[in-house]
Write a protein that binds this ligand. Sequence first.
Ligand code: UDP
Length: 250
Amino acid sequence: MQRNRIYILGSLIDKVNTKQALERINDFIQEATPHHIITANAEIIFHGRQDKKLSRTLNKAHLVTADGAGVVWATRYLNDPVTERVTGIDLLHAICNQAQQKNWKLYFLGAAPGVAGKAVLKVLELYPNCHIVGYENGFFSQEEESKVIANINSIKPDILFVAMGAPKQEFWIREHLQELNVPVCIGVGGSFDVLAGNAQRAPEWMQKKNLEWLFRLYKEPKRWRRMLSLPRFVLAVVGQKVKGNPKGDN
Ligand code: UDP
């Protein structure tokens, strides 16, 4: 299938909205071969400039969505706009909702012990007809890892949510994609913490005003260093346009 994508700082982002992302997911499940989905925020794309392993991982993924206001802004600024952001948690909700009709089997992997179970309960409260086939925390040793993968293999979910934070989850999925043999593997960052009620999402009005980053900074001031990548991302995108470099790589 021909993908409609835009280069931002050397990484290719698919121009899809949530509805189109769900259609791709449906196709991936029909194909029954492993696929990797990344919801790419400004921080990840910015780091992809320096980190070739990260940009390779992004560019090898089967679907990369614009996660956050910064990336949506960049597509507009580069005159090739996406219509909406598709964040990890929004996609998770959309998938769980759709899974009820399609009978997709879902597996939740990630977050601290106890959190994935609480997240699953919340999902079942919101989407009671969801078919959840398993969950596991995201802190395991090398030896335990093969058991985690063998368990997922035996259960054969259609969709695997991996909540280990970016870019750890992206590298983990890429490394184990073929072994996992799950049609759709998707990194969802801190989503299980939000579902479990351990972390809060910005109020709707802040999300609408593109101020989710400010709320996150207020809640987790330790993230300030990581968040510096947002203004750096903006400057680099301006540089990409000014230099007339459509790929925006270094
Ligand atoms: N985490 C995990 N395994 C690890 C490291 C982190 O499961 O080895 C989990 C952590 O408990 C948290 C999530 O990954 O639930 C990271 O959340 P964060 O909000 O930092 O991710 P982001 O949304 O920024 O990618």
